[in-house]
Design a protein around this ligand. Sequence first.
Ligand SMILES: Cc1ncc(C[n+]2csc(CCOP(=O)(O)OP(=O)(O)O)c2C)c(N)n1
Ligand SMILES: [Mg+2]
Length: 566
Amino acid sequence: MASTDIAPRSGGRLLVDQLLVHGARRAFCVPGESFLAVLDALYDVRDTLPLVVCRQEGGAANMAEAWGKLTGEPGLCFVTRGPGATNASIGVHTAFQDSTPLILFIGQVGSDFVEREAFQEVDYRRMFGPMAKWVASIDRADRIPEFVQHAFHVATSGRPGPVVLALPEDMLTQVAQVPDARRYVRVQAAPSAAQVERLGELLAGAQRPLLLVGGSAWDDASRASLQRFAHRFGLPVTCAWRFQDAYDNADAHYVGEVGIGINPKLAQRVCDADLLVAVGVRLGEMTTGGYTLVQSPTPAQRLVHVFPGPDELGRVFHAVLPIAAGAREFAAALELLSVGPAAQAARWAGWLRDAQADYAAWRVPRAQPGTLSYPECVLHLDATLPPEAIVTNGAGNFATPVHRFHRHRRHKTQLAPTSGAMGYAVPAAVAASLAHPGRVVVAVTGDGDFLMTGQELATAVQYGATPIVLLVNNGMYGTIRMHQEREYPARVYGTALRNPDFVRLAQAYGCHAERVTETAQFPAAFERARAAGVAALIELVIDPQAITAGQTIDEIRARALAARAG
Ligand SMILES: Cc1ncc(C[n+]2csc(CCOP(=O)(O)OP(=O)(O)O)c2C)c(N)n1
Ligand SMILES: [Mg+2]
């Protein structure tokens, strides 16, 4: 409904005004001529909605994804058509797998040229269809308020995830007289009283219950409710892969992470549990040991599965009690559940004690080959980092010791891609440092992982972000080498890396940088990096034999060769 009282606005301005309506505080981009009208409108709001210009769209999309994970608001990313969109797709995929709210805006060919395979033209509905919650093109400026409010609702409600909106170039310069939309309201279902009661009954009948929590939708209040629930019932608590900050890892009831490189005793415990209460997590391949710890379609454990997206319930695993609810809403309802006369906690006190002992033993690293023990460095961080410090990582074997030896105490202190995407650590840390300038932010990366998006150190320096990058250098794509030695022992190919001088490279970006080759050097080096006042990089040179915290390459190779011989 056009009204003469309403000022005419261009599509670009209408779009930016809607972002402000929805509370947007920052956007990430690599510019393109396809959305100049948006850039121009952003110019006028540069103080309230600052724009972070990145060096590659993969970096920008990862930053927006990390922002979404950290804040619960959709991360906002603007990229140009064709190559900009293809570069940015990694962040959309991670947002999908990690259930993170994200809105990717893509400058698009004008409606006058559409469907001609014009310059950089791509059909985004087909390209992003399977990895976004909603893909659309805003073809009329007067419908921008409607589309943008829908995008914020879709991205944040139910199972959160990415939305992709294409912006035809000519639409952005069209003028329309329409009112702003109202600010979006996140929609989440809550469990019914009957479902909570049924959970109480299942607990009353259990001998070996286990809580498995995950997802990034938690907040302080819901974490506290969950912790009280775990304490009241004496439950052991595990966190799903790369969602360790859903529960205080230093709490006595925390017994470890269910993910890649899981403590074998914990893996056995997941199998032995008779009641598995999974909250906020999909139960993906990496959290179920490749669907072995929890079997599809009928798990051996009685499964209570709480997840905000009903489509996921019963998709892979039959739950005796499926509950479509947000983690926060579920945690609030747990306050109503009191321990019954059966005094369950006493019944499984031994089960909890054993799980605690297994976890304590798992946190003692074995001696590493070479002069630098990377697990000891992580333990140093665990002992000395402030509890609100944020730790990010990308993909590689270097990540596993972080998950094993660093304990996340507070909410929103972990940014880690369950998509397993390399190149996440640095951009996520830049976004985290911009979101929380006062906090220590550590990006843990490998020599392979770093060079996928390391150029975003330039972005960090440009905007005064101060992440500390720990680059674990073993001169190879170690993860793939590990698999190679297992499957094709002693036939090393395609996994060795000849690397640049990482210290000089980081210095060239304007970072503080140093190299550490001995464990004892690490604490002082880390303090210097913290004090540097600029983004910093510490290269940790590890012995290539130290392929995992528990095994050397030679041991893996010998075992694989022996298996073939025998
Ligand atoms: C974008 C992307 N490309 C490829 C892979 C496959 N991959 C997983 S880990 C890895 C090697 C990582 O190497 P590095 O960062 O040096 O860590 P390391 O395993 O040596 O500790 C590769 C190539 C991936 N997960 N993501
Ligand atoms: Mg490596």
